[in-house]
Design a protein around this ligand. Structure first.
Ligand code: HEM
Ligand SMILES: *[C@@H]1O[C@H](CO)[C@@H](O)[C@H](O)[C@H]1NC(C)=O
Ligand SMILES: *[C@@H]1O[C@H](CO)[C@@H](O)[C@H](O)[C@H]1NC(C)=O
Ligand SMILES: *[C@@H]1O[C@H](CO)[C@@H](O)[C@H](O)[C@H]1NC(C)=O
Ligand SMILES: *[C@@H]1O[C@H](CO)[C@@H](O)[C@H](O)[C@H]1NC(C)=O
Ligand SMILES: *[C@@H]1O[C@H](CO)[C@@H](O)[C@H](O)[C@H]1NC(C)=O
Ligand SMILES: *[C@@H]1O[C@H](CO)[C@@H](O)[C@H](O)[C@H]1NC(C)=O
Ligand SMILES: *[C@@H]1O[C@H](CO)[C@@H](O)[C@H](O)[C@H]1NC(C)=O
Ligand SMILES: *[C@@H]1O[C@H](CO)[C@@H](O)[C@H](O)[C@H]1NC(C)=O
Ligand SMILES: *[C@@H]1O[C@H](CO)[C@@H](O)[C@H](O)[C@H]1NC(C)=O
Ligand SMILES: *[C@@H]1O[C@H](CO)[C@@H](O)[C@H](O)[C@H]1NC(C)=O
Length: 526
């Protein structure tokens, strides 16, 4: 019935980027990654390195945050062994701070920047990779495509990060093992050491390399602040101060040995700014996509045109409250009207074309610099809060979007599949739950529960200040004494002493298993 209604409408689909990931709701991983890449609220990685800023603070005040993130990522990747398919960008760096190769406060500082971003579906390694692509554009460099799906290691990798005092043959062998040939090694080192002013070699960590008095504590790789090829041009015209090229200690002139290892052919090629940006985007992209052979990465994640976000269904005063937001990329000049439709779970409460409601609120939300570089000024959030008939409930929903510009309204229906609400037996209740900073009480409603339901949550918690990898905890729900049964639901509660980043709730009710994904967006943005 409803399909024929849809077919009457002209298709006004937005062109897809070829090979880009497709978002079929619900998909907690793509959902989180898209938020973190394109909406500033959801990840510090999209905010802290903006303007190629220095960290500030007491420990290493002259450090460019972006440079710290890029070095962190390379040192994590450098444990990859392409023969065995082990190591790569897997956050094993968190266990490797005691390796001398990883000296420097920037390593732990960087990981702490990212500590609240990973959740059950997004690894710390995925967030480190986000840090790299944000770092590069924050300093004026090229856009690097982003894929997700990395898996965090549970132990340290081998001590295979190249060091300045090693000879050229060792460096060629290291990069070969990491998956890069000699030309690519030259390029990747030049790209990595491009962040220039306020990035470079620290006297405190490398006293045998920085033998001069460096007034800022850092001997810079190049004279300009941003991500550009002055590290190359200053090398070629012999004006460089890069201590890994001209340092008085000849044994630690690793950049000189590497850059000149093919008679400067590659460096001369990188003297073109366009070539530099192009090959750096490619190689840094390959670097962050260097993962253990057991890991499969997603397709490239472009901003999703339409995204259903923040859905909640819970009993309230004789009906079911349903909250949902449709996110649409802002089109300047367009003032859209969006209507939500839904179908009943049982019976014929809703008419053939579905029940419907208008958005109660439309707000605009910033996009990250990455989003802006992709032509996205902001996102429009169309929010709905219809009351759903308690007895007949809801089984699916979709939207009709009217651009109000004379074009035919079009349907947004999860790529034709509709937004399906799998069940209404186990519901997370945001109104009865309490997310105070001191702790969290989660409340779920279980339908028709005259027998005990077994309800647990797998909570993802922020790591410690010395090992900032997320941890997991299972909490058990008990019947909630403070919330008596109502509207056909019995309430169960669980208390966490700390604020979780996210939870997935699992229940067995009368022998049937149910699951719910509950992102705590407020914690993720902290
Ligand atoms: C033979 C290979 C390499 C050697 C021997 C080497 C060596 C070094 C050394 C000694 C430092 C100084 C660190 C400090 O004082 O904090 C440094 C900094 C840095 N390296 Fe490398 N590096 C190599 C390759 C790379 C690669 C492939 C990348 C990334 C693509 C990279 C990115 C960086 C960055 C961004 C910094 C600056 C960090 C900061 O200022 O906080 N390096 N490198
Ligand atoms: C970056 O620069 C903009 C414009 O000057 C400023 O508003 C913003 O606060 C800066 N961000 C950081 C993180 O320094
Ligand atoms: C990679 O693994 C192979 C096989 O175990 C080993 O022979 C080789 O030394 C490793 N390479 C590095 C750089 O550790
Ligand atoms: C490295 O690989 C690139 C791309 O395949 C190729 O163009 C280049 O010649 C190779 N360099 C060496 C030293 O093998
Ligand atoms: C130069 O660096 C090497 C390797 O770190 C070190 O062994 C040597 O003592 C240094 N030489 C001087 C003169 O500092
Ligand atoms: C470097 O600093 C030390 C200690 O502050 C000082 O004794 C020395 O003269 C300085 N050397 C140069 C070349 O400025
Ligand atoms: C940062 O640089 C300034 C000079 O620009 C210097 O006085 C200060 O000591 C440096 N701070 C650190 C922590 O190295
Ligand atoms: C490479 O360039 C450097 C810096 O200009 C120069 O010192 C060196 O002689 C060059 N090497 C070759 C083989 O051309
Ligand atoms: C939420 O929890 C805090 C801390 O336990 C408590 O002070 C507050 O009253 C609670 N709020 C509600 C609405 O239950
Ligand atoms: C679970 O079983 C009880 C007892 O048979 C029944 O009353 C209740 O409706 C069932 N609940 C669900 C959600 O199936
Ligand atoms: C409840 O479910 C959890 C997780 O599925 C399971 O480990 C536990 O044994 C169950 N408890 C009971 C009493 O069935």
């Amino acid at each position: 019935m409803r399909r024929s209604f849809l077919l009457c409408l002209a298709s006004t689909s937005v062109p897809l980027v070829l090979g880009a990931a497709v978002f079929n709701w619900p998909d907690p991983r793509l959902d989180t990654l898209d938020d973190q890449l394109y909406r500033p609220f959801f990840s510090a990685a999209s905010r802290l390195a903006l303007n190629c800023t220095a960290r500030g603070g007491l420990t290493d005040t002259n450090a460019t945050v972006a440079a710290q993130w890029l070095r962190l990522a390379y040192h994590d990747v450098a444990t990859h062994n392409s023969t065995t398919g082990t190591g790569g960008l897997d956050a094993s760096i968190a266990y490797e701070f005691n390796h001398l190769q990883n000296v420097g406060v920037g390593m732990l500082e960087s990981l702490l920047d990212f500590a609240t971003a990973p959740n059950e579906y997004v690894s710390m390694a995925d967030v480190i990779a986000q840090g790299v692509i944000h770092a590069v554009i924050d300093c004026g460099g090229p856009i690097i495509p982003y894929r997700g799906g990395r898996v965090d290691a549970t132990e340290a990798g081998p001590e295979t990060v190249p060091e300045p005092q090693q000879d050229l043959a060792s460096h060629i062998a290291s990069f070969q093992a990491q998956g890069f040939n000699q030309t690519e090694m030259i390029t990747l080192v030049a790209c990595g050491h491009s962040l220039g002013e306020s990035s470079g070699v620290r006297k405190v960590d490398f006293p045998l390399i920085v033998t001069e008095n460096a007034s800022t504590g850092i001997q810079n790789f190049a004279s300009t602040l941003g991500f550009d090829n002055t590290v190359v041009t200053e090398y070629l015209d012999s004006t460089t101060d890069n201590v890994l090229v001209v340092g008085t200690n000849i044994s630690t002139r690793s950049d000189l040995r590497i850059f000149s290892s093919d008679a400067n052919v590659t460096m001369q090629r990188l003297a073109s700014p366009d070539t530099f940006n192009e090959v750096c985007a490619d190689l840094i992209g390959r670097m962050i996509d260097t993962v253990p052979s057991t890991v499969t990465l997603t397709d490239v994640i472009e901003p999703f045109d339409f995204k259903v976000w923040n859905t909640m269904l819970f009993p309230r005063g004789g009906s079911l409250a349903f909250l949902a937001t449709l996110r649409i990329i802002t089109a300047p000049g367009l003032s859209r009207t969006v209507t939500m439709f839904w179908t009943s779970r049982t019976g014929t409460f809703c008419p053939a074309g579905g029940c419907s409601a208008q958005a109660f609120e439309v707000t605009t939300s910033d996009s990250t610099l990455l989003g802006q570089l992709k032509g996205i000024p902001s996102f429009d959030l169309h929010s709905f809060n219809p009351s759903i008939d308690l007895a007949t409930s809801i089984s699916s929903f979709w939207f009709e979007v009217n651009n109000n510009d004379g074009s035919t309204p079009f349907i947004v229906d999860n790529n034709g599949a509709n937004y399906i609400i799998e069940q209404d037996v186990l519901l997370f209740d945001p109104r009865r739950s309490n997310f105070s900073t001191g702790g969290t009480t989660m409340v779920v409603g279980v339908k028709d529960s005259s027998t005990n339901a077994n309800v647990t949550a797998l909570s993802t918690l922020t790591g410690s200040t010395t090992l900032p990898l997320p941890s997991r905890d299972t909490v058990v729900f008990e019947v909630d004494a403070t919330n008596p049964p109502a509207d056909g639901y019995t309430f169960y509660a669980a208390t966490l002493s700390r604020k979780a980043i996210s939870n997935s709730i699992h229940a067995t009710i009368n022998g049937t298993a149910y699951s719910l994904w509950v992102p705590f967006t407020s914690a993720a943005g902290a």
